[in-house]
Design a binder for this molecule. Structure first.
Ligand code: IYR
Length: 236
């Protein structure tokens, strides 16, 4: 067993704040590799989908995905995020209309420059965002730039973007694991979401996720993922 010169928590800390034992199940390297391979295979099958069918998805599944996303590590454990889940058709329509208005400027009035539009050409995205009305749910993830203490004063949040990015990744993973599909969608600018969804000024939209079953027969670009040696360096 490794020995530590400075055990955590030190007694003074443990006297002042609650600590609880933590352990994970000890597994053999072989069993861990099997589990890792299974999980990798599962995640290798994830794709961003741009056509959903309109089959309803129970609210409880969305709640569970948000609970899972909310297990993400966050700066000083502030969990600086709010997920707004929408199935109301009238609100979905307003979101679609506002998103398409912004995207029309991006694509047709060249708010996205030529290089950007060339990068997107193989994906074939455009300003039509029908999926925002057809998918049974839209989940909008807001970052909380700061929070509120019990006395109403401002509470600083730390590493907000990093924390919310981690929660977003875990949301995408949770949705895929349960057999549903999503797309991280960032109509830009997204400020309209704060007004449409009546969120406080302290929050900023970070990304939105249409969620549902993929439309039967849907196609996705034939993308390849970078091999390990292009995304990792090992110093061992
Ligand atoms: N927000 C636009 C454009 C867009 C940008 C990137 I980078 C993408 O990977 C895909 C789309 C849209 O949603 O169409």
């Amino acid at each position: 067993m490794a020995t530590y010169e400075h055990p955590y928590p030190d007694p003074a800390l443990a006297a002042a704040h609650a600590f609880v034992p933590f352990s994970t199940e000890r597994r053999s390297d072989e069993e861990m590799q099997r589990r890792a391979d299974d999980f990798h295979r599962l995640m290798e099958g994830r794709r961003s989908v741009r056509m959903f069918d309109d089959t309803p998805v129970p609210r409880r599944l969305i709640e569970t995905a948000i609970r899972t996303a909310s297990t993400a590590p966050s700066g000083a454990h502030m969990q600086p995020w709010t997920f707004v889940a929408i199935s109301d058709p009238a609100i979905k329509r307003r979101i679609r209309e506002a998103a398409e208005e912004e995207e029309r400027v991006n694509y047709l009035d060249n708010r996205m420059n030529d290089e950007w539009q060339r990068a997107l050409a193989p994906l074939g995205t455009d300003h039509h965002k029908e999926f925002l009305e057809i998918a049974p749910w839209i989940v909008v993830l807001f970052e909380q730039r700061f929070g509120t203490n019990d006395d109403g004063s401002k509470r600083t949040h730390y590493y907000v973007k990093e924390s919310v990015g981690l929660a977003a990744g875990m949301f995408v993973t949770a949705i895929h694991q349960m057999g549903l599909a999503t797309l991280p969608h960032t109509p830009s600018p997204m400020a309209f979401l704060r007004t449409v969804l009546a969120r406080p000024e302290t929050e900023r939209p970070f990304v939105m996720f249409p969620v549902g079953h993929p439309l039967p027969g849907v196609q996705v670009p034939d993308l390849q993922r970078k091999p390990l040696d292009e995304v990792a360096r090992f110093l061992d």
